[in-house]
Design a protein around this ligand. Structure first.
Ligand code: NI
Length: 160
C-alpha cells in the first residue's frame, strides 16, 4: 500500500471532471482502494474519492468511525429529508462551510470484486456518501456551500 498525494482544489482540473465507471475489477482497482484507504486514514479524513488522488474512476472510500466502506460505481437511488451541516474537504484544506444534504439516502454500488451492494444511511454517513459521490461528478462541497464558517472557532470537523 502507498500514500497518494491529495489534489488541492485550484491546483488540478481533475477535481472538476466526471469520473468514469469501473468495468474491470482487477488488481489495479484493489491497489487503488488500498491506497485510498491508507491515504484517507493518514489524512484523518472520513471519506475520499478517487479524483482526489488524481484518478478519474468512480471509486470511493469512507470511514465515519464504523469501519471501512469501499464503493465502486456508487449511485444515489433515493433521498429523504434535508439537513444543514458543516463540511470540510481534504481537497480544500483549512476551510469549512455549511451545506444542505438529504437526511437519509439509499445507495447502490459494487464492492472491490464487482458484487452489487446496497447501503441505507443517515447522519454523518449519508452526508459523507453525498459529498464523495459529488466528487465523482466534479462537484466540490464549496459549490453548494450556504455559508463559509472557516473562521468560526468550533471543534475540528471531519474532512472528506
Ligand atoms: Ni471532499
Amino acid at each position: 500500500m502507498a500514500i497518494r498525494k491529495i489534489v488541492v482544489l485550484g491546483e488540478d482540473e481533475v477535481l472538476r471532471k466526471r469520473a468514469r465507471r469501473v468495468d474491470v475489477f482487477d488488481k489495479r482497482l484493489r491497489t487503488l482502494l488500498d491506497d485510498m484507504a491508507e491515504t484517507m486514514y493518514k489524512a484523518d479524513g472520513v471519506g475520499l474519492a478517487a479524483p482526489q488522488v488524481g484518478i478519474l474512476k468512480r471509486v470511493v472510500t469512507i470511514d465515519v468511525g464504523d469501519g471501512l466502506i469501499e464503493l465502486v460505481n456508487p449511485e444515489i437511488l433515493e433521498t429523504e429529508g434535508a439537513v444543514v451541516g458543516t463540511e470540510g474537504c481534504l481537497s480544500v484544506p483549512g476551510r469549512r462551510g455549511t451545506v444542505e444534504r438529504p437526511e437519509r439516502v439509499v445507495v447502490a454500488a459494487q464492492n472491490r470484486n464487482g458484487k452489487e451492494i446496497r447501503l441505507e444511511a443517515d447522519g454523518l454517513l449519508a452526508v459523507c456518501l453525498c459529498h464523495e459521490i459529488d466528487h465523482l461528478d466534479g462537484v466540490v462541497y464549496v459549490d453548494k456551500m450556504i455559508e463559509d464558517v472557516t473562521d468560526q472557532t468550533e471543534d475540528e470537523e471531519d474532512e472528506e
